[in-house]
Design a protein around this ligand. Structure first.
Ligand SMILES: Nc1ncnc2c1ncn2[C@@H]1O[C@H](COP(=O)(O)OP(=O)(O)OP(=O)(O)O)[C@@H](O)[C@H]1O
Ligand SMILES: [Mg+2]
Length: 751
């Protein structure tokens, strides 16, 4: 939950005098008010709890009391509810009816002092007492008040407790006229706003240590103004050139021309695969270029250029030209922070960004923050993408040479491959995310090569980026996918990116076509292609290790996972940034709790290792690696090597996992200093062998796919063929059609 500038809202209601007093008090006691630009970010766990649930947070003493009956509770609080008088209907202690009106004009500081000095509270009628309680309940639940309280470093988690204590204080000390005035306001916003400044006074006096602690924690989790984290880059006069346009329009091509002309250049890629492609292409053109990815470092002698994955970019080196490809991924929920870091931190005179228009406005804003000059170069597709309205009429026998059939799960990919190879003369190459980049490239080359029978490609969304493919037509097998939670329509931006892979300048198929397998999905495809790019409002950010370390210093006895959680809850961000998702990091952190003797930095590094957290085998190996590392034993890998290529899907899955584990070892070896991972050469050789075996296995794969996680429901299958799972869109259409029939039916009945 992002919250507006706390102090400005706070000022909106409070008197000038009161604000200046609070400013003085805060300044005197420990800190200054937050500036207008400060914005707090809470996370899901950061919401205001209902006041009733607050009881769990308050001290045991109060908890017992609150569970008692009203009269016990009230009596214990030192407040007198005059039941006798209530029965008699008389109000004992109250000023004359107009006496309380002046209260609203009085300075909250004075009112608070008056409460402090009062010997005891005035007696209340039962009904007034109930009203007051309701007002305090409202204050405790008020999102507005808890946001405002952040301005004096009353954290959201502590806010309900603070209100509870304030309530106790208030009931012990409340004068008749304040009570009366509040009762006339009733449980309302006005009452909350009247009470709030008095509450603030109370907090400033009562909770100095809590405030101080929370403030230092918040400051340690301060992620505001990230452009100031790179002072060297800020001191430079950088020129940013944004190559903006749709897929296949020549953006990367043009940026790479400048990269190759430069004396010293860096190319930042979203994928290992693409970094490898650029590495090969640039070297082939005579420009010496090294390769740096999480897993490998290939140093080319005399090279001044490097092609790297964006996570590996150095913000220490000086470059003439840098290229940041697929800049729209700066808004990726998981990996966006790596693009943000590259954009803000690269020390290059000229930075070329390539991407779609979704982040153009936010890049403009970043450039105005950093003071960099921004030039925009707009592109159009060489040839427009054409939608084939006929579709494949639900029959995979209608695939043609040069088609790329796109499905969104591994299972579907193999089902489609099986069906095409069974019912037609075409042979299929496959590309999906779990395959190593080397195998994906091998499959892409097999598909591009005209001198073989592999003329159809079946691929997942992994085809959307980074491969040089000669695709004539992109056919969507389905337009819905499982997002880890449920089946959802594929987002329009992704549909556009994938469909745009069809047709390639200079290839056999310069014109691009796209369609769907089923007629029922065609409208959604057209709709997606027509949609303009959604404008991105926020960029991803994630703390550096040093920031997490600083934060850890404020939280003692917390596990690394708790630390990350707390950081997420308490970090402050400017309005243009969001904290990248880190659930997978927390999951690994949790598993590594069992491993003693890892420093905070070791844990941080292990948590970023590329591991499929849903694959227990991969997780097991990561745990083993961390355990050996923690014991300062050379980290070895105990893994049987398969003798030959896979002959069924289980063996293929096993090869995929094995490669992922080997790749993880190589990643760790690159990210941990020293010689704790001495078997890099051996592991590299194993990884190459497995990628090779995977390629061979895919060529002959003609089996039904297995689920990686046993127990997951499998879509229905026909005995002798395949059945495409209903897409969400189709399901929706079917439901709509049924509703329509029902409606018709009922109309008939009425007639
Ligand atoms: N001026 C050019 N001369 C020759 N070939 C070109 C030229 N511009 C682009 N191409 C080729 O067209 C294809 C698409 O270009 P490029 O990869 O630069 O597009 P893109 O806009 O970066 O697409 P994407 O969004 O998919 O990354 C590439 O194979 C590229 O080599
Ligand atoms: Mg590109």
């Amino acid at each position: 939950m992002a919250i507006g500038p706390a102090s400005s809202l706070f000022r909106a209601y409070a008197s000038k005098k009161h604000v200046s007093r609070i400013r003085g008090l805060i300044g005197k006691k420990c800190f200054g008010l937050l500036s207008q630009r400060d914005i707090f970010l809470g996370s899901d766990g950061f919401d205001v709890k209902p006041f009733s649930s607050v009881v769990d947070d308050v001290d045991e003493d109060l908890k017992v009391k609150s569970e008692g009956s009203v009269s016990e509770f009230d009596a214990d609080m030192g407040q007198i509810v005059d039941l006798d008088n209530e029965i008699g209907g008389n109000v004992i202690a109250c000023d004359s009816s107009e006496g309380y009106v002046h209260v609203q004009y009085r300075d909250p500081v004075e009112l608070y002092r008056e409460l402090c000095n009062a010997e005891k509270g005035a007696k209340q009628r039962r009904s007034d007492w109930d009203t007051l309680k309701e007002i305090f309940n409202l204050l405790g639940k008020s999102g507005w008040a808890s946001d405002q309280a952040l301005a004096i470093y009353i954290g959201k988690a502590f806010f309900p407790t603070a209100v509870q204590k304030f309530r106790n204080f208030f009931f012990k000390k409340c004068s008749a006229d304040i009570a009366k005035y509040l009762v006339t306001l009733g449980p309302s916003d006005a009452a909350v706003k009247f009470l709030f400044p008095i509450f603030i006074e109370f907090c400033l006096e009562e909770f100095t240590s809590e405030i101080k602690q929370f403030k230092s924690m918040i400051q340690a989790a301060d992620l505001t103004k990230p452009h100031t984290w790179f002072p060297f880059a800020r001191a430079m006069r950088r020129k940013i050139i944004y190559h903006v346009g749709p897929t296949n329009s020549g953006k990367t091509y043009n940026a790479l021309q400048r990269f190759m002309e430069a004396k010293k250049g860096i190319y930042c890629s979203p994928l290992r695969l693409l970094a490898m492609e650029v590495f090969d292409k640039v070297n082939a053109l005579g420009v010496y270029c090294s390769l740096l990815t999480g897993q490998e470092k290939k140093h080319v002698p005399f090279s001044n250029h490097v092609a790297c994955t964006v996570e590996m970019v150095s913000t220490d080196e000086l470059y003439d030209v840098a290229v940041i490809d697929e800049i729209q991924m700066i808004a990726d929920p998981h990996r966006g922070y790596a693009w943000t870091r590259a954009l803000l931190g690269l020390k290059a005179d000229e930075i070329h960004l390539c991407g779609d228009p979704s982040v153009l406005n936010i890049v403009r804003k970043v450039c105005s923050d950093t003071g960099d000059e921004l030039c925009e170069q707009h592109y159009e597709r060489f040839k427009p993408l054409v939608v084939e309205a006929k579709t494949l009429l639900g029959d995979l026998r209608n695939v043609r040479s040069g088609d790329c059939v796109v499905a969104f799960s591994r299972r579907e990919i193999f089902e489609v491959k099986l069906a095409i190879e069974k019912h037609t003369d075409h042979r299929c190459c496959v590309i999906y995310g779990a395959l190593p980049p080397e195998t994906r490239r091998q499959q892409a080359n097999l598909f591009n090569d005209q001198d073989n029978e592999f003329d159809v490609l079946v691929a997942s969304d992994a085809v959307g980026m980074g491969l040089n493919l000669n695709i004539r037509r992109v056919v969507f097998y389905t337009l819905s996918k499982f997002n880890g939670d449920k089946v959802v329509p594929v987002p329009a931006s992704q549909v556009k990116q994938i469909a745009g892979r069809a047709g390639r300048r200079g290839s056999r198929y310069p014109d691009g076509l796209t369609t769907t397998l089923h007629l029922s999905d065609l409208d959604y495809l057209i709709e997606c292609l027509k949609q303009p790019f959604d404008e991105v409002k926020k960029l991803g950010l994630f703390p550096f290790f040093e920031q997490v370390e600083l934060f850890a210093g404020k939280l003692h006895n917390s596990s690394f996972c708790q630390l990350l959680e707390k950081f997420g809850e308490n970090c402050r961000l400017d309005g243009s940034y969001f904290l990248c998702r880190h659930d997978h990091i927390k999951k690994v952190a949790n598993m590594l709790e069992k491993v003693p003797a890892l420093s905070l930095e070791d844990r941080f590094n292990f948590c970023f290792a590329p591991v499929n957290i849903r694959d227990p085998k991969a997780m097991y190996h990561l745990l083993k690696f961390a355990s050996s590392y923690g014991q300062s034993i050379p980290v070895n890998i105990y893994m049987g090597m398969p003798k030959g290529s896979a002959s069924n899907d289980k063996e293929l899955l096993d090869l995929e996992t094995k490669h992922q584990v080997l790749s993880m070892y190589l990643w760790l070896a690159q990210h941990f200093k020293g010689d704790n991972f001495p078997y890099v050469k051996k592991v590299e050789a194993m990884a190459t062998d497995i990628a090779d075996l995977l390629g061979k296995s895919l060529v002959k794969a003609n089996w039904k796919p297995e689920a990686r996680n046993a127990g997951k429901p499998k879509p229905q299958q026909k005995a002798d063929g395949y059945e495409r799972p209903l897409s969400l869109i189709k399901q929706y259409d079917q439901e709509r059609h049924e509703r329509f029939l029902q409606h018709k039916q009922s109309e008939k009945v009425i007639a």
